[in-house]
Design a protein around this ligand. Structure first.
Ligand code: NAP
Length: 252
């Protein structure tokens, strides 16, 4: 068994890599030897902060401001990254948003924004990345969905629909790409301590935490470690899976 870095000489793209879970994924993959380019939408300060953190650690990390809702911008960015690196080995789709409310109070925009970012945004990146993987008969794709994709949660119909779609997409794409030696898996986090979950944790933190078997909220690193597993050779015989990283929340 190799004792060196798990991702030596690998090129990775991580969407939503400037903050929260994506930031931790970027630093984790890069610390295992990958050259990582992350995409972010608009928060330049957060992106710069993550870039500086990576540089201080001596990691090979770059960033591009690309809105995943914009198919043409995604295509252009992916082509630039592939050209610069000759290849893309790993894609992690982590960009995502929530607009929680009970169905009767969800606006048309709340529904469209969530589905466009969380589902169409994933297609927008997958479409240009996959040909670069297919041509080399090699690649690992990891989608970030959510426990909400399977476990019902009040006020999350739009978000749950988007994440259920990502679970289903993962399985269908795994079937399509297995003959090309490209593995597609999904990590479904529970409640992870990031800005995204701040409102839920503030409003119903004690109730939610009491239903997490391991008795604590997750940290971004808990999710990043699972992503590293799927990105590395440690999972070479695994495809089409949805791994819940939720401290047992889905089971309760
Ligand atoms: P977060 O802290 O709010 O970070 C979201 C990231 O996505 C940021 O980097 C953001 O960039 C980027 N992003 C949002 N919209 C984008 C767009 N249109 N184009 C490109 N980038 C975009 O969220 P998080 O908690 O890390 O969540 C990461 C993923 O995990 C999401 O898919 C989320 O659904 C999933 N998840 C999170 C939790 C949780 O408890 N936190 C639980 C289950 C699943 P900017 O800062 O530039 O906007």
């Amino acid at each position: 068994m190799s004792t060196g870095p798990l991702l030596q000489d690998q090129t990775a793209v991580v969407t939503g890599g400037s903050r929260g879970i994506g930031r931790s994924i970027v630093l984790t993959l890069a610390s295992q030897g990958a050259k990582v380019t992350f995409l972010y939408c608009s928060n330049q300060v957060a992106a710069d902060h993550t870039l500086k953190e990576a540089a201080d650690l001596g990691l090979n990390v770059e960033a591009k401001q690309v809105d995943v809702r914009d198919a043409a911008a995604c295509e252009e960015a992916v082509e630039e990254i592939a050209e610069q690196n000759d290849k893309i080995d790993i894609l992690v789709n982590s960009a995502g948003i929530i607009r929680d409310n009970i169905l009767g109070l969800l606006s048309k925009e709340d529904v469209e924004e969530v589905l466009t970012t969380n589902v169409i945004g994933v297609f927008n990146i997958l479409r240009p990345v996959i040909p670069f993987m297919v041509s080399r008969r090699k690649g690992k794709i990891i989608n970030i969905s959510s426990v909400a994709g399977e476990k019902g949660g009040r006020g999350q119909t739009n978000y749950a629909a988007s994440k259920g779609a990502i679970n289903a997409l993962t399985k269908a794409l795994a079937v399509e790409l297995a003959p090309r030696n490209i593995r597609v898996n999904c990590v479904a986090p529970g409640v992870i301590e990031t800005e995204m979950s701040e409102t839920i944790r503030q409003q119903a933190g004690d109730v939610v935490q009491s239903r997490i078997l391991l008795g604590r909220f997750g940290q971004p690193e808990d999710v990043a470690n699972a992503v590293l597993f799927f990105a590395s050779g440690l999972s070479d015989y695994i495809t089409g899976q949805v791994l819940h990283v939720d401290g047992g929340f889905k089971m309760s």
